[in-house]
Write a protein that binds this ligand. Structure first.
Ligand code: ASP
Length: 310
């Protein structure tokens, strides 16, 4: 039997990870645990960047992105810009199970969620509505939604994404990523989180990687797939994490020059290799991640390795 390990962004509550590790110790499959932890985070109203309570788009509508990948079968499922369902991560996993597709978006994703009997829910919490009203609702002079989005981004709140990577006692790796995306985004904007290869990639033979932060950067570099590819080519976990994050930092430097982007300009990458070693890397130094193994009673919070360029 191999050592179960659970890796997540530091914003995931300890109790969720402890519950997930209990399941792994009892022999649960990595996929069931990754989905279980993700569902707990999606229900958490205090988590303003995932599921219920997530910050809405610039029009005040919550649009959710999620993806699931099974590193042993390389099967994956994802939804993007899904409105009105309680657990995007479970809808994403069902896309993998029930359709010959990987990604459904918008109306099609909602149709599928209805057909499989996924639980509908109003995902805009009163608090998220108030935040939207305070930061975006008062912007009345924008001529169109493009201008409104740029104005709103100057007021953007912090953003984040739930990343969970689970390894079970048989060495299966699975990943779950779920987010409301960047706050006050243009309607229909899709980030890296539901894009397999960009914000989520998992191969039990080599490792798994997930991203959070500015999805536009992770997308342009296929960051998660790159990290796992480097592991496949024999790079160490640290070398792979540093290389991908260095590229992200360079790209972010360029995009700051391209756009007057005042917010959302960092990326954090979490990596687990096939042996269950973990690492976190980011383009800023004040971010953390959590890891719990079958041998630790509570999750350990670790600071990311910061990789910046100039
Ligand atoms: N990566 C997410 C996105 O771009 C948001 C975040 O993690 O901050 O949609």
């Amino acid at each position: 039997m191999l050592m179960p390990v659970l890796l997540a962004n530091a914003e995931v509550r300890d109790e969720y990870l402890i519950a997930g590790m209990r399941m792994l110790r009892e022999g649960a499959h990595a996929g069931d645990v990754a989905e279980y932890v993700a569902r707990l985070v999606e229900d958490d109203p205090e988590e303003h960047t995932v599921g219920y309570g997530g910050y809405p788009n610039v029009l005040g509508e919550v649009e959710l992105d999620a993806s699931f990948m099974d590193g042993t079968t390389l099967q994956a499922g994802a939804v993007a810009a899904l409105k009105g369902f309680r657990h995007p991560i479970s809808v994403a996993r069902e896309v993998m199970r029930r359709l010959p597709h990987v990604l459904l978006v918008g109306e099609g994703a909602a149709r599928f969620a209805r057909e499989i009997g996924a639980e509908p829910r109003e995902m805009l919490s009163p608090e998220a509505r108030r935040a939207w009203q305070e930061h975006v609702g008062m912007l009345r002079d924008a001529p169109d939604t493009i201008a409104l989005t740029w104005q709103a981004w100057r007021h953007a709140r912090g953003h984040d994404t739930m990343n969970v990577i689970a390894r079970d006692m048989h060495g299966n790796l699975c990943t779950a990523v779920s987010t409301s995306g960047v706050a006050w985004k243009y309607p229909g904007r899709v980030g890296d989180s539901p894009l397999i290869g960009a914000g989520n990639y998992c191969d039990s033979r080599y490792g798994a990687a997930t991203c959070m932060g500015l999805g536009e950067a992770a997308m342009r570099l296929a960051a998660a797939a790159q990290a796992v590819t480097l592991l496949r080519l024999g790079w160490s976990l640290v070398a792979a994490g540093v290389e991908v994050t260095r590229q992200l930092a360079q790209l972010l430097g360029r995009s700051r020059a391209e756009h007057p982007m005042r917010v959302a300009d960092w990326v954090r990458v979490l990596i687990m290799d096939a042996q269950g070693n973990v690492g976190g890397f980011a383009t800023r130094d004040d971010l953390c991640y959590k890891v719990i193994t079958a041998e630790t009673a509570t999750p350990l919070t670790q600071r990311v390795m910061c990789v910046s360029v100039g």
